[in-house]
Write a protein that binds this ligand. Structure first.
Ligand code: FAD
Ligand code: NAD
Length: 452
C-alpha cells in the first residue's frame, strides 16, 4: 500500500476531529490528521477554555465588589490584563506545544497545512496528495464576513484573546454569545462598552425575561446595549481612532471606539476545502450530512461539529456527541448510529451566567398546557449570602405529565445548576421527583426544589 494511502484522513484537530482521529487509531486504523493552524482546535485554543479564564476574572471581580462591606473589604480591585493574558497562556501554550506530538505518539501521521479535495478520494495538503478509504471533516467555523466598509478594522474573537491591553472604548458588533461574554469581562476591566445588536434581543436563544434582567444588570455595569441596530460601516479619522456607524429604526447614528470586536455570528469554515471537487454537497449552513453524519453525496466522507449542517447548536458537547457516533459509523459494515440530541443544555458565560435547557416558554405554550414557575430570586437567601443580586429562573412544567419541558436560569452557579435539569429531563424525572430529592444545603442546587 502507498505510504500516502490511509484508512482515514481527518481534517481539523478540534473536539470532533481529535476524538475521531484518536479513537479510530485505537481501533487499528491507519490515520492521518491535517491541521492548518496550531494543533488543538478552537475550543482549547481560541474558544471555551481560554474564554473561561477571562470570564473567571470578571466573575471574581463582580463577586468581590458585590460582597464589599458585607463579606469583604478592600481598597482597590482591578484586572491586570497582562497578568490575565499570561495566565490564559498557561492553559493554551501547553496545548500548542504538546498537541501534535500526542497524535504522533499514537501512530497518527500529522500534516500541517490547508486541506483541499483533489478528487472524491484524494486530498492535497502542501506538496502532498493523500488518498483514503474514509474522510472525516471537522473544520469548525469562522466569523462570518460582515460586508461593510471598514470591515478590516474589526478584530475577531481570536484577536481579542491575544490582546495585551484593552483601550478605553470598546464596541461589539452583535449581541450573541461572544459579544456578551467578552463585554462582561471588558466592563469589569473598566472600559466603556457598547453592544450593537441586530435583532430585538441580545442572547436570542435564552429566555427573554431573564435576558431583560441580565441586560439591566449589564447596564448598571456600564455596558450600553443597543438593539435593532444595523452596523453600516467603520471609519477611521484623525481625531478618533474608529467611528462605528449604524442605523437604528431608520435613524443613523455613530459611536466612537478604540477597538471594535466581531460578535456577529460564525459560519462553517469550509470555503477552502474544494468540496465541489470532492463531490461533497454543502450549503450556507455547512456540509450536507444525513442522520448518520455521512455526506449525502460522497459516502466516503463524514462531517461533524461546527462545519456540518445538522441544525443543532454549534457547541463543544454537540461536537463531542457527533464525534462519538462518527467513530462508529465511519467503518460500520451494517447498522449505523445517530447522535442523541435529546437534551442540549447551553450557557452564556456572562456575569452572571445565563443558562437554558429544553423548550422556550413560547414553544412550550404552543403544544402543552404549561405551569410557568418564574421568579426574580435576587432577594433569596442563597443569592444574598453570596453578596450577589442578579438572579432568576423560569421553569416550564407540563400540567398533564408533570415533566419538565424547559429550564431557564440566571445568576450565581446557573452554569452548574442547569446540568441538574438536563439530567432530570434526559431521564424523564418529573417535577415531583426533583422536588423530593434531598440536595445538600446550603447550596444553589438546593434552590432547585423551590423552583419546580
Ligand atoms: C470565542 C469562543 C468561545 C466559545 N465558547 C464555548 C463554550 O463556552 N462552550 C461551548 O460548548 N462552545 C463554545 N464555543 C464553540 C466551540 O468552540 C465549538 O463549537 C467547537 O470548538 C467546535 O468544534 P469542531 O470540532 O467543530 O471544530 P473546531 O474546534 O472549530 O476546530 C476546527 C479545526 O479545523 C481546522 N481547519 C479548518 N479548515 C481546515 C482545512 N481546510 N485544513 C486543515 N485544517 C482546517 C481549524 O484550524 C481548527 O483547528 C466557543 C467558540 C468561540 C469562537
Ligand atoms: N458559551 C458558549 O457556549 C459559546 C460562547 C461563544 C461562542 N459560542 C458559539 O459560537 C457561535 C458564534 O458566536 P457569536 O456570538 O459570534 O454568534 P451568535 O450567533 O451567538 O450571535 C450573533 C449575534 O449577532 C447579531 N448580528 C448578526 N449580524 C449583525 C450585524 N451586522 N450587526 C449587529 N448584530 C448582528 C445576531 O442577531 C446575533 O444576536 C455561537 O452561536 C455558539 O455556537 C458558544
Amino acid at each position: 500500500m502507498s505510504k500516502n494511502h490511509f484508512d482515514l484522513i481527518v481534517i481539523g484537530t478540534g473536539p470532533s476531529a481529535s476524538t475521531v482521529a484518536k479513537k479510530s487509531r485505537a481501533n487499528g486504523k491507519r490515520v492521518a490528521v491535517i491541521e492548518e493552524r496550531e494543533f488543538g482546535g478552537t475550543c482549547a485554543l481560541r474558544g471555551c477554555n481560554p474564554k473561561k479564564v477571562y470570564v473567571n476574572a470578571a466573575d471574581l471581580v463582580d463577586r468581590v465588589v458585590g460582597g464589599r462591606g458585607k463579606l469583604v473589604d478592600y481598597e482597590q480591585i482591578r484586572i491586570d490584563w497582562q497578568q490575565l493574558l499570561q495566565f490564559k497562556k498557561s492553559f493554551t501554550d501547553p496545548v500548542v506545544e504538546k498537541s501534535e506530538a500526542s497524535y504522533q505518539e499514537k501512530g497518527i501521521e500529522t500534516f500541517s497545512g490547508t486541506a483541499s479535495f483533489t478528487s472524491p478520494d484524494a486530498i492535497r495538503v502542501g506538496d502532498h496528495t493523500l488518498t483514503s478509504e474514509r474522510f472525516f471533516i471537522g473544520a469548525g467555523a469562522r466569523p462570518r464576513t460582515l460586508g461593510i466598509p471598514g470591515e478590516a478594522h474589526v478584530l475577531q474573537s481570536d484577536d481579542f484573546l491575544e490582546l495585551s491591553e484593552i483601550p478605553k472604548r470598546v464596541v461589539f458588533i452583535g449581541g450573541g454569545y461572544i459579544s456578551m461574554e467578552f463585554a462582561c469581562v471588558v466592563a469589569r476591566y473598566g472600559a466603556q462598552v457598547t453592544v450593537l445588536q441586530h435583532g430585538d434581543q441580545i442572547l436570542s436563544s435564552f429566555d427573554p425575561d431573564l435576558v431583560s434582567q441580565l441586560s439591566s444588570y449589564c447596564a448598571e455595569h456600564g455596558i450600553d446595549i443597543h438593539t435593532q441596530c444595523e452596523v453600516t460601516g467603520i471609519e477611521q479619522r484623525r481625531d478618533v481612532p474608529l467611528i462605528v456607524n449604524y442605523k437604528k429604526t431608520d435613524q443613523t447614528d455613530s459611536v466612537d471606539a478604540d477597538l471594535v470586536i466581531h460578535g456577529a455570528g460564525r459560519v462553517p469554515n469550509i470555503d477552502r476545502l474544494d468540496l465541489h471537487t470532492g463531490e461533497v454537497q454543502f450549503g450556507e449552513k455547512g456540509i450536507k450530512v444525513d442522520g448518520f453524519l455521512r455526506s449525502v453525496t460522497n459516502p466516503r466522507v463524514f462531517a461533524a461539529g461546527d462545519c456540518a449542517d445538522t441544525g443543532k447548536p454549534r457547541l463543544t458537547p454537540t461536537a463531542n456527541e457527533e464525534a462519538r457516533v462518527a467513530v462508529k459509523n465511519l467503518f460500520a459494515s451494517q447498522s449505523m448510529e445517530q447522535p442523541n440530541y435529546d437534551v442540549i443544555p447551553r450557557v452564556a458565560f456572562t456575569v452572571p451566567s445565563i443558562a437554558s435547557v429544553g423548550m422556550s416558554e413560547a414553544d412550550a405554550r404552543q403544544c402543552h398546557e404549561v405551569d410557568v414557575h418564574h421568579e426574580d430570586t435576587s432577594t433569596w437567601g442563597s443569592v444574598r449570602k453570596s453578596g450577589q443580586r442578579c438572579a432568576g429562573y423560569k421553569i416550564l412544567i407540563d400540567k398533564k405529565t408533570d415533566l419538565i419541558l424547559g429550564a431557564h436560569l440566571l445568576g450565581p452557579a446557573a452554569e452548574e445548576t442547569i446540568n441538574l435539569f438536563a439530567m432530570a429531563m434526559k431521564f424523564g424525572l418529573t417535577a415531583s421527583d426533583v422536588k423530593s430529592t434531598l440536595f445538600v444545603f446550603p447550596t444553589f442546587a438546593s434552590d432547585v426544589r423551590k423552583m419546580v
